[in-house]
Design a protein around this ligand. Structure first.
Ligand SMILES: *[C@@H]1O[C@H](CO)[C@@H](O)[C@H](O)[C@H]1NC(C)=O
Ligand SMILES: *[C@@H]1O[C@H](CO)[C@@H](O)[C@H](O)[C@H]1NC(C)=O
Length: 267
């Protein structure tokens, strides 16, 4: 099955410049893996795939719902393919510890350090974390409002890429904060429908009308448009993108940063 995608610009002046300020990313349980295992990097989701580059700001803020073992990789490569990295495991060892790992050379095993930090993660609600890395080599992990890890690396690794993973039996739903402007572009996937929570549905409406309605609302992530019946479904923000094949439908999502970050066409 070949899905084609196209860009559509909404030239109305309304709604442009809205901020879509979070991206939902689902990570499946990667099993018994972490930076001690060969090819572990393949289990990480690189934020570069979503056109999110936290290296520019030296921090990442996210909310995650997972029972245990949520991993963040800070790598010297933008796509994570480097043997120089920090790995931070939140809710490790049955949600009792934070592990901080450093690896600098291919030939070395990662150096592991554990912090006692019970119940940072929750199976039922999103918890908020900030990881910050300063030029001086100081790295902090803040959980809610408390700093649970504060460490300075005397020989800092220049961080370019950030990856997310859940493992050891745990799935994760991440909400990564970022700030990007919606500048009026949509990306449309032909023969596809977003199987997601809707805000509302309109009938007998043109696609242009439908997308300018969506542009007005920060709560609207995009739309499902039925090409024949002109049914337009407004898809809610605040959820991960899930789509399936559906003839005569087209799934449009808002793009951020002109046309570089278009959720429906990435995922
Ligand atoms: C759409 O999503 C629902 C709920 O997640 C799921 O039960 C259903 O199977 C999905 N439909 C398709 C066609 O994938
Ligand atoms: C849409 O418009 C057509 C023709 O104008 C009409 O026959 C049809 O009933 C309308 N459908 C809905 C759902 O309003």
């Amino acid at each position: 099955m070949i899905l084609t995608w196209t860009f559509v610009a909404i030239l109305a002046s309304v709604g442009l410049g809205n901020l879509l300020d979070n991206i939902w990313i689902k990570t499946k349980n990667s099993g018994s893996t972490d930076s001690f295992v060969p090819n572990f990097v393949d289990s990480y989701t690189s934020l570069s795939k979503y056109q999110i580059f936290p290296a520019d700001d030296r921090f990442i803020k996210f909310h995650i719902k997972a029972c245990s073992d949520a991993f963040v990789l800070l790598s010297s490569d933008i796509n994570l393919h480097s043997t120089e990295f920090y790995e931070i495991c939140i809710g490790g060892h049955y949600n009792t510890k934070v592990f901080r790992r450093v690896k600098r050379k291919e030939s070395q095993a990662p150096k592991n350090y554990a912090y006692l930090a019970p119940n940072l993660l929750s199976c039922s609600e999103h918890r908020t974390f900030i990881i910050k890395w300063e030029e001086s080599g100081r790295i902090t992990l803040t959980a809610g409002t408390s700093i649970v890890m504060d460490w300075t690396d005397p020989t800092p690794i220049p961080i370019q890429g950030v990856g997310l993973m859940t493992a050891w039996g745990s799935n994760g739903m991440w909400i990564v904060e970022h700030s990007s402007l919606f500048t009026g572009y949509y990306c449309g996937v032909t023969g596809s429908i977003g199987n997601m929570t809707l805000l509302s549905t309109s009938h007998n409406i043109s696609r242009t009308h439908c997308s300018s309605e969506c542009a007005l609302s920060d709560d609207c992530l995009g739309l499902n448009f039925q090409l024949k019946t002109k049914e337009c479904q407004f898809v809610a923000a605040w959820q991960p993108v899930v789509k399936y094949f559906a003839q005569d439908w087209k799934f449009y999502t808002k793009c951020l940063k002109e046309t570089t970050m278009c959720l429906g066409c990435i995922v």
